[in-house]
Design a protein around this ligand. Structure first.
Ligand SMILES: Nc1nc2c(ncn2[C@@H]2O[C@H](COP(=O)(O)OP(=O)(O)OP(=O)(O)O)[C@@H](O)[C@H]2O)c(=O)[nH]1
Length: 797
């Protein structure tokens, strides 16, 4: 029943989804449509760019290193060429020194026994010491058999007084004393006669020279007599007796006459051999075994920041059978000659190109990803939404349809070809355009929105839509918006119809005269009609909602009406059309005819109380008037004949039932006709009224007085027990009419004649009236203004 569901008309609930944007967004999230982008996915997305950047940087670095290596190799090639020149010059230079020694040896070998004078002459001729810096001494060492040592000393003393063989030699059979040494200075004279074989480095070289027949150099060592001085090396060239064979080692050991020796200060010798050009380009280390023979320049340490190149070239030269190792170090200015800025160009250009390439790739990926995103979203769209019960569509930023599910095509009544590419703006009705655009802007700014809209479908019909717009982000930018629309046209119409019908019902209720209200089981009002609202002292029916009887005009009687309502609800039975009185706030009392009906829901539970009532006060008044008209005389207000007869019948029945007695008096106004005739009927009527009032004033309230017609009256005296009582009343009535009646300005003097009868068992109403009437006429005949009693009363048992 409609009345069981009162209240305002609510918007029709949306169906198909919850209508809550948050829930819908969660739904899409769950379906994977809009996954939040994690750090991992960002890293994965940027991986190609990072990889490209790393690869291009590595390539740049490799190119740079390759260029540096090429440059180093080019420098190394140049260095090798330049150094080889120096090596050749050095070899040539040191060879020249040894050549000098060997030449001197040849002279010694050829000249046989020599003397000091020849020796000096030869050296002066070759000018060996002047042209060969680094050659400190050059001289001769004979091999002297130890057995002939004294004779040898004696022979030398002839030209060099005091000569003696000094030092302990190593060879047990021969001594090798220093015989000649040039320049002949204090030092060389000081060591004259010293056996050189006593010095291990020298003895080793001497033996090798002896056995090989070659000039053999010693390793670097110090002067025996001056160990603190610069180190030296010596070269020994063997001298053999030309008369003896010297092809084999044994033969050479036998044929050995002695050695020409040279003492070198290596740095001076080397610098002479290399020349100045070399020194400006390279630093050179020359090493013989563990000994550093030469070290030119001070190589720049790496820590200084200058470019260090390391060894540019290695080579060796042979000096007296020893392999001197040469290490060439280019100097900074040497680099400057071959260095190019290509490395820096590669490094800067390469890194720049890498960054540009990475940026370009990132831009390309971004563009591509947007396309890919669109493609993927289209795929997902198909997966997720194709079978969705609502119309779902995908819009681009220009509000054009990119995709739509089957439901959307049905709702919009368009084919896919008609819809895709079309702007949604073309569909929306003019009244919704601005609102719709604003909502779309909201969605583009990243917010999900919900609103009601309306479009014109493909068939030209307007349809109402409830829309949710959900932004779809690609790379932190809203690239698409998913629209989900529910066709609510039918709901709207139903809601309107419902509203209409409810309004109609309210109109009906408002226009029926009955008061209608309905309460809940707590007896609070849920609604009412206009008439009830007026009675309750309210302006609008809606104001009644939630109020109780204590809040309304009849609050004084609220307790009793609520008790009654509660009882009706408790019984579950309707109380229909009962009449009740109600006290109003203004003190008036109204009559109501009320029905109260408990209302049940489909489960049979009592849920409300429907009340209907009408104000029957007027009807009650009319009924009362009618009743008066039926039972009372209109002029005198005394009971009429009908009423009197009813009363008389009741009295008779009561006596029959209980016993008792009553007296009936019948009387009229004496000569009333003459009053009418003299003064007119109005005066007659006024006299009748005044006469009636005197009767009422004379008898008891319980006594029933009636006007039976004309000027005839009857009086029933209930419970009269004896004649005297009846006489007393009759006498009082007769006397009561003696004073003149004032009618207007008239003073009318009248009298009355009364007939009195008592009830006897078996009498009817007519009979007793007839008796009384007869007694009245008896009184009239007796002279009027008196009473006449028919018979003695008999007390009925
Ligand atoms: N003014 C007036 N006169 C009435 C009314 N009903 C009857 N009458 C008159 O009352 C008179 C009654 O007269 P009667 O009872 O016949 O005679 P009377 O003049 O009373 O004389 P008695 O009864 O013999 O004393 C008649 O003239 C009627 O017309 C009435 O309602 N109003």
């Amino acid at each position: 029943m409609v009345l069981a569901q009162p209240g305002p008309v609510h918007a029709a609930p949306r169906i198909g989804w919850s209508g809550e944007v948050d829930e819908t967004v969660r739904y899409f999230t769950l379906t994977g449509f809009q996954m939040p982008r994690s750090t991992r996915s960002r890293v994965r997305e940027n991986a190609p760019v990072s990889l490209l950047l790393i690869i291009s940087c590595v390539v740049t670095l490799l190119a740079f290193l390759a260029q540096q290596r090429t440059q180093r190799e080019r420098i190394a090639i140049h260095a090798k060429a330049d150094a080889t020149e120096s090596v050749l010059a050095l070899q040539h230079g040191v060879d020249a020194y040894l050549h000098l020694t060997r030449g001197f040896g040849g002279f010694i070998a050829a000249s046989g026994p020599t003397n000091l004078k020849d020796y000096d002459t030869y050296l002066a001729t070759v000018d060996a010491l002047t042209d060969h810096p680094g050659l400190r001494y050059i001289g001769y060492i004979p091999r002297v058999p130890r057995a002939a040592a004294q004779s040898f000393e004696a022979s030398v003393q002839a030209e060099a007084p005091g000569f003696a063989i000094k030092g302990s030699g190593t060879d047990p059979d021969f001594a090798f004393p220093n015989l000649y040494a040039a320049p002949r200075d204090k030092r060389s004279l000081g060591i004259r006669g010293l056996d050189f074989s006593g010095i291990p480095q020298r003895w080793t070289a001497m033996q090798q020279a002896r056995d090989s027949g070659q000039t053999i150099a010693t390793e670097q060592h110090h002067y025996v007599t001056a160990p603190g001085m610069v180190p030296i090396i010596m070269a020994f060239t063997p001298i053999y007796d030309r008369a003896l064979p010297s092809s084999t080692v044994e033969e050479r050991r036998v044929a050995l006459r002695g050695f020409v020796f040279s003492i070198y200060h290596v740095p001076a010798m080397i610098e002479r051999a290399l020349g100045d050009a070399f020194r400006s380009e390279f630093d050179l280390d020359i090493v013989d075994g563990a000994s550093v023979l030469y070290k030119s320049g001070e190589r720049v340490p790496r820590a200084s920041g200058e470019r260090a190149f390391g060894v540019a070239h290695r080579a060796s030269v042979i000096f007296g059978g020893r392999h001197w190792q040469l290490f060439f170090y280019p100097r900074p200015q040497y680099f400057a000659r071959y260095e190019s800025s290509m490395g820096n160009v590669i490094l800067v250009g390469g890194l720049g190109a890498s960054l540009t390439l990475a940026w370009a790739m990132a831009a390309w990926l971004r563009r591509n990803r947007a396309r890919l995103g669109s493609y993927k979203q289209t795929l997902r769209f198909d997966e997720v939404f194709e079978s969705h019960p609502s119309a779902v569509y995908l819009l681009d930023r220009q509000r054009r349809f990119i995709n739509a599910n089957a439901r959307a095509l049905i709702e919009f009544k368009m084919s896919r070809e008609e819809l895709i590419g079309k702007s949604i703006e073309q569909l929306i009705i003019p009244a919704k355009q601005d609102m719709s655009r604003e909502q779309f802007e909201q969605a583009l700014s990243g917010n999900s929105v919900t609103y009601d809209s309306a479009i014109i479908d493909g068939k030209g019909h307007e349809i109402q839509l409830s829309v949710i717009m959900i932004p779809m982000k690609t790379n932190d930018r809203v690239a698409h918006v998913v629209g989900i629309a529910e066709n609510i046209t039918a709901q709207r119409e139903r809601a309107w119809e419902l509203k209409e019908s409810k309004q109609m019902l309210q109109l009906v209720i408002d226009h029926i005269p009955q008061r209608v209200f309905w309460k809940n089981t707590k007896l609070d009002y849920l609604g009412c009609n206009k008439a009830f609202c007026d009675d309750a002292g309210l302006e609008q029916p809606e104001q009644i909602i939630g109020k109780s009887d204590f809040d309304l005009a009849w609050h004084a009687s609220a307790d009793s009406s609520r008790t009654e309502d509660a009882a009706t609800l408790a019984t579950g039975k309707a109380k229909v059309n009962y009449e009740e009185q109600q006290n109003r706030a203004d003190g008036s009392v109204v009559w109501l005819r009320t029905s109260k009906i408990p209302l049940s829901n489909i489960d049979g539970e009592t849920v409300a109380l429907l009340g209907l009532y009408e104000d029957i006060t007027l009807r009650k008044q009319m009924e009362s008037q009618l009743r008066e008209l039926a039972h009372y005389d209109g002029l005198t207000k005394l009971a009429n004949r009908t009423f009197f007869y009813d009363h008389l019948e009741q009295a008779i029945a009561r006596i029959k039932r209980k016993g008792g007695q009553f007296a009936l008096m019948y009387f009229d106004i004496d000569r009333f006709k003459s009053v009418n005739d003299t003064y007119g009927h109005d005066v007659g009527d006024a006299l009748l009224t005044a006469f009636s009032a005197r009767i009422k004033a004379t008898v008891r309230d319980m006594d029933v007085v009636a006007r039976l017609g004309g000027d005839e009256f009857a009086l029933l005296l209930d419970d009269i027990s004896d004649r005297s009582a009846a006489e007393r009343v009759a006498g009082k009535l007769v006397a009561a009419m003696h004073p003149p009646f004032q009618v207007g300005r008239l003073g009318l003097s009248v009298s009355t004649s009364i007939g009195v009868a008592f009830y006897r068992r078996g009498m009817s109403a007519d009979e007793i009236i007839r008796q009384a009437d007869g007694a009245m006429y008896t009184a009239k005949r007796a002279g009027r203004d008196r009473y006449e009693i028919v018979a003695e009363p008999v007390i009925e048992p």
